[in-house]
Design a protein around this ligand. Structure first.
Ligand SMILES: *Cc1c(COP(=O)(O)O)cnc(C)c1O
Length: 398
């Protein structure tokens, strides 16, 4: 297998991930001798937790495990592992990435409050604002992620949302500048960190208050679990944990187990997504069918300098613009793909390719792609096989 690891100094063995994360991912959240020596924390199916005496029942508020909704040894192990990876004070687990997002929004919502949301935020963030926050009396401004927010903060601004890079169009915000502007006015910040898997970007060390991920994607990594994580910065965990409790958010033990199992290999998987993704992004840049590639790891990308400053690698998700084709022609290309699947989500071991239309979800910026926008997830297959599949697909456009 030829990975062309020389293409980028961060690829392969030269990437800038912290080696400490490799060790941490193998060990975080485990305590074998608390579980008869089993390497992995077992799946605790539990709603009722019994207390042996009335005195123990009376003291249940101080018990680690007291009721299934409040967590089990399996979910606590996962919380510990995510907290270790993200450098968090504590982590709140949710049944989906969208619920993690919505909980952070709701925890900061009150009539008269104001939120700043990047124009390229994951679509459901915008829908939650339009359909839940605004009817509750929250004012929402969508901002251009490349322009920053300093002018847009109001006395009543209660939350600044960030996503890096943005969904579908992959622009890179200046995280440090946005966080500094928010901190200067005492406004909390939350960043959707799904793209980096929590491995290539450490938002909490940059002063972000909440690092949110769809655990559905890279943390789980096998296209079979729905989950979300809210990693909380210093002084932020207790209130978010209590809020999530009031909302009844919890994760099932089988999903917590699968996610923890996925996290053990996060680092080796992402290293491959990084190298193969860059390899294919570079190949696409050289194709006559492709107008431009949106991948912050490419030197030609407008977000490359910010990405190089803040990230230690790139995941396998990016976009490209193809010259416009009629839908039946696009169908000829897509329907014949052998290795690329068509479907929502990403972050699994397998490759995906879908057409998207970012113009439908932009209001603060105009986005004129000048062609058909495609979103690609480069999985763990041999990238040369993936290139052959794409090349044959482009051939079917003729
Ligand atoms: C998929 C996704 C989510 C939502 O995750 P679900 O688990 O599908 O609810 C949030 N943010 C980003 C950037 C995503 O791609």
């Amino acid at each position: 297998m030829n990975l062309n690891l020389t293409a980028d100094p961060r690829a392969g063995d030269n990437d800038r991930r912290s080696r400490a994360d490799d060790t941490l991912l193998a060990h975080a959240g485990r305590d074998p001798f608390a579980h008869d020596g089993a390497v992995n924390v077992p799946v605790y199916h539990a709603s009722t937790i019994l207390f042996p005496t009335l005195a123990a029942l009376d003291a249940k508020a101080t018990a680690r495990v007291r009721y299934g909704r409040r967590g089990t040894p399996t979910s606590f192990a996962l919380e510990e592992a995510v907290s270790a990876l993200e450098g968090a004070e504590g982590t709140v687990l949710t049944p989906s990435g969208v619920m993690a997002i919505t909980l952070v929004l709701l925890a900061h919502a009150r009539p008269g409050a104001h939120f700043l949301i990047p124009d390229n935020a994951y679509g459901p963030v915008r829908h939650a604002c339009n359909e839940i926050m605004i009817p509750m009396g929250v004012a929402v401004s969508f901002y251009d992620p490349r322009a920053g927010i300093a002018e847009l903060i109001r006395p009543e601004t209660a939350l600044v949302w960030l996503e890096a890079p943005g969904s579908q169009t992959f622009e890179m915000p200046d995280i440090a500048a946005i966080v500094a502007a928010a901190q200067a006015r005492g406004v909390p910040t939350a960043l959707d960190n799904t793209w980096s898997g929590g491995l290539f970007l450490k938002p909490l060390t940059m002063g972000v208050d909440f690092s949110v991920q769809a655990g559905t994607k890279y943390l789980s990594g096998h296209s079979d679990v729905m989950s979300g994580t809210i990693a909380c910065g210093a002084g932020r965990h207790e209130r978010m944990r209590a809020f999530a409790q009031r909302m009844g958010a919890c994760i099932g033990p089988d999903d917590a187990y699968l996610m923890l199992r996925g996290m053990r290999t996060l680092s080796v998987r992402l290293r491959q997504h990084h190298a193969s993704g860059l390899r294919i992004a570079q190949w696409l840049e050289g194709r006559p069918e492709v107008i431009r590639v949106m991948h912050p790891g490419l030197p030609s990308d407008p977000g490359h300098a910010l990405w190089s400053r803040d990230f230690s690698g790139a995941s396998g998700l990016f976009g490209f613009v193809m010259r416009s084709v009629e839908r039946p022609t696009l169908a000829r290309m897509m329907d014949g793909m052998k290795l690329f699947g068509m479907g929502a989500s990403w972050g699994g071991f397998e490759s995906l390719l879908i057409p998207v239309d970012p113009t439908a979800v932009r209001t603060a910026t105009t986005w004129a792609p000048g062609g058909q926008v495609m979103r690609i997830h480069v999985g763990l297959e041999d990238p040369e096989d993936l290139i052959a599949d794409l090349e044959a697909g482009f051939g079917r456009l003729a």
